[in-house]
Design a protein around this ligand. Structure first.
Ligand code: BGC
Length: 362
């Protein structure tokens, strides 16, 4: 008799069968088929970009629990430090987790560690950022499309406001392959249509760095000569806008963003930021969780991940590629509110009351 069945049989004299059997599955740490329940490592890159801890982590943990009640999740956040993330990966490998979900701090530097996990038969699911090395699967959005959406929105806003054609580009961290794709997509739309007055790569996607760089751009180009700001995500938009305001740039030029952070949505309603790119969190986390659970159980990913991604090692890996959505004042209701990411009450602080009414956010 398996330990679990024996315990249930003993317990049956005192408690109901249902309770005893339920305890047998989840509490005794067994998966549905009676085997030891898998453990999944979840490695996040930083706590500076809100999405990882406030959206992705809770959604991934919830979905993993739904798919595998007895699975355990071990979470670690590298706080933007490559060496710390390598140690966290190594520690998960030593503990013998059954799969790892990885958002790499630095795609290239993590490649060797991904290789060590594969040698130990631990599949790695690259989440949102494509890590180098022999990954088992990948879940993300079309990064070039994100950049194109940002570029098109910026051009449209500059035309509508009848502004000049000089922009400042705040790109992400070039060690993140997504940042490279966002920039490529944006340039495919903007090149030849605008003058790029200043352009910065932002190591570790830091808001403070974008803030400092924007102050430098204003000093170099002049207060009235920035007609648009391409900011690769909402953190960089926040840093840029704070610098524009501190330098009394008025009116503010249109500023792009990405991640649909609550602060960014409020800035859009208040007129400080023009747009953000919403990459629906729920489908991304659901796909990430499904791949992780299947990989941890040793099942094939082919059906769950019908797309393909070419890794830097020239191999194809099964992937789920999702569609990003451009969000401006006009469609906050139809996207973020409709999907339940934020309620109107969350977005509309008392200070934004009049702007919310005007935008029909009630
Ligand atoms: C993600 C973005 C995020 C950025 C900074 C990128 O890899 O795709 O959503 O804003 O990293 O964390």
């Amino acid at each position: 008799m398996k330990a679990c069945t024996r315990e249930a049989a003993i317990a049956m004299t005192a408690v109901s069968t249902a309770v005893a059997l339920a305890a047998c599955g989840a509490d005794a740490g067994n998966d549905a088929d009676g085997k030891k329940a898998p453990s999944i490592g979840l490695l996040l890159p930083d706590a500076t970009t809100a999405r990882w801890e406030t959206q992705d982590r809770p959604l991934l943990e919830k979905k993993i629990a739904e798919l595998c009640a007895a699975c355990t999740v071990e979470h670690a956040n590298a706080k933007n430090d490559v060496a710390i993330q390598q140690e966290q990966m190594d520690s998960m490998i030593t503990k013998g987790v059954d799969a790892i979900v990885l958002v790499a701090v630095d795609a290239r530097s993590l490649g060797t560690t991904v290789g060590r996990a594969a040698e130990a038969d631990i599949p790695v699911i690259a989440y949102d950022r494509l890590a180098e090395g022999p990954i088992a699967g990948y879940v993300s959005f079309d990064g070039e499309e994100v950049g194109r959406l940002q570029g098109r929105a910026l051009l449209a806003a500059m035309e509508a406001q009848v502004r000049g054609d000089q922009i400042v580009m705040m790109n992400g961290d070039p060690s993140d392959p997504n940042a490279v794709s966002f920039k490529k997509g944006a340039l495919s739309v903007l090149q030849g249509k605008v003058k790029i007055g200043k352009e910065y790569d932002t190591l570790q996607w830091r808001t403070e760095t974008a803030n400092m760089n924007m102050s430098g751009a204003i000093a170099a180009l002049g207060i009235g000569d920035i007609d648009g700001v391409y900011a690769a995500n909402d953190g960089l938009a926040a840093g840029s806008i704070t610098a524009l305001k501190a330098n009394k740039v008025d009116p503010l030029p249109p500023v792009t963003g990405q991640d649909a952070e609550l602060g960014a949505v409020r800035r859009i309603v208040g007129g400080d930021q023009y747009m953000t790119v919403y990459k629906p969190f729920r489908p991304e986390a659901s796909a990430g969780a499904a791949l992780a659970v299947a990989a941890a159980r040793g099942e094939s990913l082919a059906e769950l991940a019908p797309d393909k991604v070419r890794t830097r090692d020239g191999e194809d890996a099964p992937a789920v590629m999702l569609r990003p959505v451009s969000v401006t004042l006009d469609n906050i209701d139809d996207t973020l509110v409709k999907d339940g990411v934020y309620t109107v009450q969350q977005i509309c602080t008392p200070r934004l009351g009049a702007a919310c009414n005007e935008a029909g956010l009630t």
